[in-house]
Design a binder for this molecule. Structure first.
Ligand code: NAP
Length: 483
């Protein structure tokens, strides 16, 4: 029997690159990546709105095995992060393995051959032994369901599909939504537009952002004494672990974070009316905590209005808010987030006996360690259910997942097994444990994108990242069925 070696990865973002590097570094050479677009990078390719960047400091938002001494600043912007992924893919031999313009539409498990047959948008197929989903949680932009949304006569677009041909100078621009993307782009749009109307259904907690350019001295130190950058990474990781723990109800970090955010608001916004509009009425951490020194000052500009209502209707040249007030605008920017609950739903995935993954996940996605689903042999999911973070670096989580997946493939080869799947018992016990922990988290106390309509929190990992890394460090073969 031929050892299991062929690995197909859907996507080419951080998750896909993490798995590909790990496999290649451990001798699993038959790796291919299918990318629907014409470039790699996932969300860091797609999100090109002004000010797009990462609110996790770059020394931590990078692979542990590929530190980048050349980061230009502590919080790198999109272009630099995109260049970093490309560089890692080149250096570790992943780039030549990426097939572009290959949109996966379906994947079906064949029990007789113990392989996955993958179908593409052009109707072609490929067969692999192991299928890795690396489609992420934030790859499908979500437009709100608004009456008349298609009737708007001017330019309108989602933040992840920024139309760079639209000149905002002299225009009245509506930004719908006030989450992480809006916070980054509003200061830039406010500078360009004649007027900006921000539709903020709910305010967010905003923290100061200790950003700074790295000086020549920093860069030289990072090159000559790499330990210095490791120390910075370690320091940031330690602080963020405490922050992530703060999202647990029992932690004392919540009140401390609340105080820091409120001080930031009071320091940056003098107008009591605007301050009231920007004060959240839910516990800190329930929605993603945001970091910016520029957002509040932008909202205080005379050409910016904060409307504290959602949009409910669009007419040719105006938006109607939920109070019925009409706002005439020239351009609409939808900063309304992503279909985060639709894990893999754009792909028709069928496991044993033709079971549809979408049916299995009808009440919310779930997977052992976020990676393994009973009844779906040889399917590995990276950045899957309950692996997103309220605080911390997702790259750290992706590396841990890739290490675990690689051990699964090692064992398939060593044991000459053709297939592996997590047992129902293992997955059920794990899910019960995770959901019990999530019951104590802050995420159940407001509307957020971490929750499925069924009420289950399906996106987030509860707590700090170290326990996840520890738990995934060593494969426990008895938790799986090998055949
Ligand atoms: P988001 O956090 O899901 O925010 C969507 C926003 O749209 C919310 O403010 C929501 O209001 C609002 N909204 C939805 N429908 C609306 C309507 N009809 N009228 C008015 N407002 C409406 O989306 P996002 O900002 O794109 O961020 C998504 C995720 O991407 C983040 O949580 C983060 O994980 C990631 N991200 C990360 C970074 C980074 O720096 N690392 C940057 C950008 C994005 P409600 O809150 O009231 O629902």
């Amino acid at each position: 029997m031929a050892p299991v070696t062929s690995i197909g990865i859907i996507g080419s973002g951080f998750g896909a690159i993490a798995v590909a590097v790990e496999m290649l570094q451990h001798g699993h050479d038959d790796v291919r990546l299918w990318e629907r677009s014409d470039d790699l990078g996932g969300v860091w390719r797609d999100n090109t709105y002004p000010g797009a960047g990462c609110d996790v400091p770059s020394p931590l938002y990078s692979f542990s095995y590929a530190p980048n001494p050349n980061w230009s600043r502590r919080y790198a912007l999109q272009e630099e992060i995109h260049a970093y992924i490309r560089d890692v893919a080149d250096r570790f031999g992943v780039s030549p393995l990426i097939q572009y313009g290959r949109e996966v539409t379906a994947a079906a498990w064949d029990e007789d051959s113990a392989t996955w047959t993958v179908t593409f948008a052009d109707g072609s197929t490929e067969t692999v032994d192991v299928l890795v989903s690396a489609v992420g949680q934030l790859s499908e932009p979500r437009l709100p369901t608004l009456a008349g949304i298609d009737s708007f006569a001017g330019p309108s677009f989602h933040t992840a599909q920024w139309d760079h041909d639209v000149d905002l100078h002299g225009k009245t621009v509506a930004v719908v939504g006030s989450g992480a993307s809006a916070v980054q782009l509003v200061p830039h749009v406010a500078e360009q537009a004649e007027r900006l109307v921000l539709f903020q259904r709910s305010p967010n907690y905003l923290m100061p952002k200790p950003d700074q350019p790295y000086t020549k001295l920093h860069t030289t130190l990072f090159h000559r004494l790499p330990i210095t950058q490791r120390l910075e990474r370690g320091g940031i990781w330690t602080i963020m672990e405490q922050f992530a723990r703060g999202l647990d109800e029992s932690s004392r970090m919540g009140p401390i974070g609340h105080r820091i955010a409120m001080r930031h608001l009071h320091k940056q916004v003098e107008d009591p009316e605007l301050r009231a509009k920007l004060t959240p009425d839910y516990p800190i951490g329930c929605k993603r905590v945001l970091f910016s020194d520029e957002f509040y000052p932008a909202l205080a500009r005379p050409n910016v209005e904060v409307v504290t209502h959602g949009v409910q209707e669009v007419r040719e040249d105006r938006l109607i808010d939920s109070t019925g007030r009409e706002h005439e605008v020239d351009v609409v920017i939808y900063a309304t987030g992503f279909d985060s609950q639709d894990f893999l739903s754009s792909i028709d995935v069928r496991g044993e006996g033709g079971e549809k993954l979408a049916t299995r996940w009808a009440d919310g996605a779930r997977a052992y360690l976020g990676m393994y689903v009973p009844g779906f042999p040889n399917l590995l999911v990276t950045y899957g259910p309950n692996t997103n973070l309220g605080g911390g670096s997702i790259i750290y989580m992706l590396e841990a997942q890739a290490r675990h997946m690689r051990q699964v493939v090692d064992r398939l080869e060593i044991g000459r097994y053709r297939s592996v799947q997590v047992t129902e018992e293992t997955e059920s016990a794990y899910d019960a444990e995770i959901q019990e922990k999530l019951d104590h988290s802050v995420w159940g106390s407001c509307e957020n994108w971490y929750r499925h309509p069924s009420g289950r929190i399906t996106s987030n990992w509860p707590g700090a990242t170290l326990p996840f890394a520890k738990r995934t460090r060593t494969l426990e073969p008895a938790e799986f069925a090998w055949a």
